[in-house]
Design a protein. Structure first.
Length: 218
């Protein structure tokens, strides 16, 4: 097992008009279980319905404060766009207007800045939210491996009666049931084929050097 750490965040309860997203909580539970062969459970932090950005940034900052083989950040929830068309990760009290999005949510730039400074050998960000491809426009994302559920303009998909969102559900199925070992390059190729075949938004990936070879399932 690598010296790895992960911060998994899911927002499922909303108070300002955004649709409820129960699947985000199930995503955290299932992804946590799927990653235990790579990340020691003591190094994984699952944060559900954080009411402030600091409740996410504080554990991420602690995980990023010392060297590691892998530092992974994952978010499931609604993605919002601010006045400058930058991605914001919704929190329970987020307001979905360009004027209020950044003030009431977690700007993805804040996450990426911490990830960028981390002395981890590999730094991976996985975003399961609408407009998640916008994260690739952030200057702080330049040296990070990014895997996103959609491009810059598409909404992420989920079905009200399903346990997981479409993107994370397919990711978990691959990590649990797929033939191992599974690296990030294989994850992306599988997700791209599987989601596109169902008429769902295509995921996006951006690699850094050999980051596609990072193993998520031995």
């Amino acid at each position: 097992m690598l010296d790895s750490r992960a911060v998994l965040v899911g927002t499922c309860t909303y108070t300002q008009g955004l649709p409820q997203l129960d699947q985000a909580a199930a995503n955290l539970t299932d992804l946590f279980d799927a990653l235990v062969e790579v990340v020691d459970p003591s190094g994984m932090h699952a944060v559900t319905d954080p009411t402030t950005a600091q409740l996410v940034l504080d554990p991420l900052d602690r995980c990023a404060s010392s060297p590691a083989d892998l530092l992974l950040f994952y978010y499931a929830g609604h993605g919002l766009r601010d006045q400058d068309d930058r991605l914001c990760l919704a929190l329970p009290g987020s307001v979905d207007t360009p004027r209020d999005a950044r003030r009431t949510s977690l700007p993805v730039d804040s996450v990426l800045e911490i990830m960028k400074r981390a002395p981890a050998r590999h730094r991976v960000v996985i975003l399961d939210c609408c407009y998640s491809g916008l994260a690739m426009d952030s200057p702080a994302a330049a040296d990070l491996h990014l895997l996103t559920a959609t491009n810059r303009t598409a909404k992420a998909a989920y079905r009200v009666d399903d346990r997981n969102t479409e993107f994370t559900g397919e990711l978990v199925r691959l990590l649990v049931d797929g033939p191992g070992p599974v690296d990030l390059g294989g994850v992306y190729r599988h997700l791209d084929r599987a989601l596109l075949a169902r008429g769902l938004p295509r995921p996006r990936q951006r690699c850094v050097d050999h980051s596609a070879e990072i193993v998520l399932r031995p």
